[in-house]
Design a protein around this ligand. Sequence first.
Ligand code: GLY
Length: 417
Amino acid sequence: MNNEYSIAIVGGGIVGLSIAFTAIEPGSKVAIIDPAPGRGTTWVAAGMLAPVTEAYYGEEPELHLSLAAVARWPSFAEALEHESGCRIGYRQVGTMVVAADNDDRTFIKELYDFQASMQLDVQWLNPSEARELVPQLAPSTRGGLLARGDYQVDPRLVVDALVKVAGDRAYDIIRASATSVEPVVEGGHSIKLDSGECIKAGKVVLCTGAWTSQVPGIPEYISTAVRPVKGEIVRVSASEPSRLPSHTVRAIAKGRSVYMVPRLDGTLVIGATMEEKGFDTSVRSGAVYELLRDAREILPVAGELCFDEAIAGLRPATPDNGPLIGYIDGNGAGGGTSGSESETGHGGQTADKSLIVAAGHYRNGVLLAPITAEAVKALLQDNGDRIPPEVLPFSPTRFAGAGLTIQAGYSRNREPI
Ligand code: GLY
């Protein structure tokens, strides 16, 4: 193996692989470093493309980013299916959020009022309207809201298609973990691998998701900003896909949130827990019970299907629930004066433009992958004008300012739905 690359992508989940697909010209010398590409968080993800039903009070920058991200998906899906020759399960069917009882309905109504006040595309449904759209809903459900533009894709099909494209383009997929990323005097970085090898790359993009804190050599303000939040998911399936709902169904069931994502092949993905347990990916038996119990309360058919899988993944969470996308400033100081490019981390004078981070996508890695790749393309080309404006608030240097201490475990608290 010739160990010199123009670009190395550390982390082959949906974010890293999407960058390899859309941010880099075919013909470039590229390494994608991951012990099991596409088999981490992406493999567990349900694939909801849900800017509206993942919108929360006080997270307007995240909402604007998500809305811009969902608009990228049609062309991303078309380009990926065209180049790979694979279907990726992109479905433009909407998402309902329904209530199990009147208290749950009050909660969802407040959320609806917030979403409507933000001019989002939502419609209130009374119980019979909800059941008209999804006849599989339990007769006891109390109605809710419909987000017509919250779609879905199958993340497993997406990453398999992206790996195929990377192979077809002759990118090197190195099945190893990075044990250090260090600058070298002549420019670029050297990356040591747990296989004992060492490679050199002119530019490095860290797409290390929940494992970002585990990459030695990167500044502390980056590594302490990302922490894992475990999510368990259950997959069941129907031999007759028509038994499944036509829409993604999210619900509040006695104050607990659950979602059910129907696939065309008859799979129903039921998720997900939110647990702060470090890097533990064991599946708790009680989590499987709770997910199936809540799913069956909303969609009784969920209790009659074939049990296929229970699996846990690690969401890469950050203190403000937004991703880190930008150059890494090696001194960790954020650099520059207020409003300067260097402070944004998106084209500044002091940032090391050979080291980029695209991590911390929390609950929305699948949704945000195409827009992240678009931003990273601009960063790799040192063309700050082409960074989508919705990405600008998510510079990593927002966690590097003097006097700002990031405490592990701190997050803006919010209940997911
Ligand atoms: N995006 C759904 C989840 O993180 O569970």
